[in-house]
Design a protein around this ligand. Structure first.
Ligand SMILES: O=C(O)C(=O)C[C@H](O)[C@H](O)CO
Ligand SMILES: [Fe+2]
Length: 363
């Protein structure tokens, strides 16, 4: 596996590439052009500028998260082909710049959704929190809370200009069903995957976060059955997954190690994070350590290790520690993600050892 770290770019992240390169085992920076809204052209110069910043620090730019998908594609409007053409143009440019994996999602309107960004945990740290009852039917109120909480940091999928059009977007999605969304995703994939095969860029869809419909909007990448149906839309290794334990985790029915073992050859990017799910279905994000939450991170990593996973992996959202929430993007502080990297590497190294010396009896 290739350990990476999500970096939001010069001037857009309190964490620098110099911080990242000092975290043991991290070999790549996961990046994007975060000022681009879905559907915009990515200029070669801009791509090259970020790639050079990353490679000049000895890190790999191989993974982009995300190239967001325009709502017209998700809605299946006639204008989708114009935006798919732009998406294909971006795939080709990123391939030429050395990118190997593109993460994206197909969630209608919103990206990941929470009701609170700095909920205190017993140890005094704080984290992203989701309260089922608080979500109600007031998307605008929730959107405003997210944007206010993020302060000057942009939140991918939550661009203010899109949030300003929420009424139009909800109108456009009226009547949208899971089947229609799957059909529109199939259309998108049938157009882009042949290009990905030619340019050797793997697509890796990110699951829905949380893994259930919100505000009456369908979500279609949220369980083993949905994932199986998704992979069959276009049966190519280039049509793959970003498997995110924290996104699938709030649904306790999801057997995440089992999903990994079944679909490991179509997983190109692994997001590792843990959530603690409460009895009433609310959840809060916790440390990456398995024992601290509801996801058995050890079994997740063992499922990857048993299948010789050679893809990319990153610590996903962490708690905010030691007062850092004042100047970091919600969920993307430095300390808990760095602790998460060390936890993951500790598990991985011990699995390596057990594999090399299987008959050494642990005293
Ligand atoms: O919600 C998560 O776990 C994420 O990692 C968010 C992803 O970056 C985003 O949805 C990918 O397009
Ligand atoms: Fe994720």
């Amino acid at each position: 596996m290739q350990m990476t770290w999500r970096w939001y770019g010069e001037g857009n992240d309190s964490i620098t590439l110099d911080h990242i390169r000092q975290i043991p085992g991290v070999t790549g920076a996961v990046w994007s052009l975060h000022d681009k809204v879905a559907g915009e052209v990515w200029e070669t110069e801009r791509i090259q500028e970020v790639v050079s910043q990353i490679t000049s620090k000895g890190l790999s730019p191989a993974v982009v998260e995300s190239v967001n998908v325009h709502d017209d594609i998700k809605l299946g409007l006639p204008s989708r082909d114009k935006y798919i053409d732009i998406y294909i143009d971006t795939i080709k440019k990123l391939s030429k710049a050395g990118v190997k994996v593109i993460c994206y999602n197909f969630m209608p309107i919103f990206d990941w959704t929470r009701t609170e960004l700095y909920k205190e945990l017993p140890d005094g740290s704080n984290a992203l929190f989701y309260e089922k009852n608080a979500i109600q039917n007031d998307p605008k109120k929730m959107a405003q809370k997210i944007l206010d909480g993020a302060g000057e940091f942009t939140m991918p999928g939550w661009e203010p200009e899109r949030m300003a059009k929420l009424d139009d977007l909800f109108k456009a999605y009226e009547g949208m069903t899971e089947d229609i969304l799957f059909d529109n995703l199939k259309y998108f994939l049938e157009r882009i995957i042949p290009v990905c095969e030619e340019y050797d860029v793997k697509m890796a869809i990110h699951p829905d976060d949380p893994p259930w419909p919100i505000f009456g909007l369908p979500r279609i990448v949220r369980s083993r059955e949905h994932i199986k149906r998704f992979l069959e839309l276009v049966d190519s290794p280039y049509n793959g997954l970003t498997l995110c334990t924290g996104s699938l985790g709030p649904n306790l029915e999801n057997d995440i190690p089992g999903i990994i073992r079944e679909f490991h050859d179509r997983i190109h990017f692994a997001h590792i994070r843990n959530v603690k799910v409460y009895k009433n279905g609310d959840f809060i994000e916790v440390s990456h350590r398995g024992k601290d939450g509801s996801v058995d991170i050890y079994e997740v990593l063992k499922a990857y290790h048993d299948n010789d996973f050679e893809g990319y992996i990153r610590p996903d959202h962490g708690r905010h520690l030691w007062g850092e929430e004042k100047d970091c993007r919600p969920g993307y502080g430095l300390y808990d993600r760095a602790l998460g990297v060390m936890y993951m590497l500790g598990v991985w190294d011990s699995l390596d050892k057990r594999k090399e010396e299987p008959d050494v009896k642990v005293k």
